[in-house]
Design a protein. Sequence first.
Length: 221
Amino acid sequence: MTAARVTVCTTLAAAAGGLVVVLVTRKATHVWDVGGLCNGILAGLVSITAGCASVYPWQAVLIGGIGGFVYMGGSRLSLKLKIDDPLDAFAVHGCCGFWACLATGLFAAPKYAYGAGAGAFYGEGKQLGATCVALAAEIAWTSVLAGSMFKGLKALGMLRISSDVEEVGMDISKHGGHAFNYTPRGDPAGEASKEGTNHGGDSLSGSKYQVHPEDKVTPMD
């Protein structure tokens, strides 16, 4: 029965997350965003991971749907803070992962709860309290380790790539090929490409890199 409940809750949460993101995005932009749908599904999956065995199916729908909103909020926050996260990894796994833990502390049903007990919505607070302590410990642990690593890389001049490499794109400059073979409408590279491009649409004007026909990039003398 537990495995069946886990399967049902996981599927429902994923569907709810995907629907919330794609419908809200459609309402806001008038575009059916397939990428947003995929990330919405992931957001729902991440949001139910912690509590998939300890909540009811209707709660899974609610948790996954809220996870969709959490994902969109995390994505917008990353853009506002100018954080380079093109895959929205933090919004999906970080923000929704936090929500998953909190949701378990809120929704865990007495019938299925174990360890610290039922969720706060059932009148018990141990589960939510333990969750908050665990989340605070994770923030502290990650901040110290990641902060130390990034500080060290910055001191060694290894934290950021050069502006030229960033402008051309690391797919070409570091890996020798295109990730995409088209230029989206409205992309700044599309305007710049009027001055100098290769067949993939990457702007190379003013760059110290040049593209050969086989899309290999080498520094210019």
